[in-house]
Ligand binder design. Sequence first.
Ligand code: FE2
Length: 345
Amino acid sequence: MLFRELNRGKCKTYLVACERTHKAVLIDPVREKVERYLAILAYSGCKLDAIIDTHTHADHRTASWELHDLTGAPVIMHRRAPAPHVDLHVEDGQEITVGDVFLRVFHTPGHTPDSISLYTNDRVFTGDTILIHGTGRCDFAGGDAGEQYDAITNKIFSLPEETLLFPAHDYRGHTHSTVGEEKRTNPRIAGRTRQAYIDLMNNLGLPLPQGIQESLQPNQSAIEDESIKFPTLAELNQVRQLSAKELQLQLMTAQHPILLDVREPEEFTGELGHIPGSVLIPLKELPARVSELEADKHKDIIVICRAGVRSTTAAAILTGLGFDHVGNLKGGMLEWTDQQLPVER
Ligand SMILES: [Fe+2]
């Protein structure tokens, strides 16, 4: 197996390649470094076979969409990933094959709902689930300290002690650790009960990273278009959230809401389908096509997407444009279909 970390910074991108076939995978590529990755792949005689994001990143723009555009390599993320254009959704226990290299997927939510770790041979890539002598924060939307504790202690710590551990970030110049080392000395986890960990993580009081929404919302929506103005965190937090069950009840009433689906056309007719009666306007087209909704400005509108994330952005955009009864389907079509509610394709 060929292996390298490519960024030499706080944010880590790993190249893993099969020695026999020279098929390669990039884990967590960063947008500003696309040229560097392509140069290294060419220099090493490797062909990019897959691009994996361990989770939806909040601190940097992903290079996944651009690398996919340039090379055709599929983008792989967990099923809970909110963005469109993910070519392969994976779940816990699945294996990703890259030539003779097998990456086993562990669903390790907590930092984000879509966090995965990848295990192969002697090493595990943990994303921001567990860091070297630390853990990824759980205070962004969808974060959950309890889930993170379970993922670390039940999944990562079940691997052999000598397993090398490579996180997505390190702020202190470390390159790697081991499962055994973190089990014994990780200051956030070692000797802590689940409840003690939750209390610790919920009271860290960390400031939000600078420009978080400028990275997070493009990553969540795969929108590269710089002209789209994304809502602020405060505007997003004000969006009214409805559960799948609540929406289903509303749809049974005479004055049911207008359903606005903001996914891409291939998602609308794809695996998850759409709620019967939905109108489709993809998020990236919404600012230009908002006039189509002019007559509904004062009506009840519920916005829908895959995971409920892009639709929250769309709902905040509409509210900002003077629509006064906009809500969001929490958990999106993933939640709707998990509840086995009716869909059309
Ligand atoms: Fe992260």
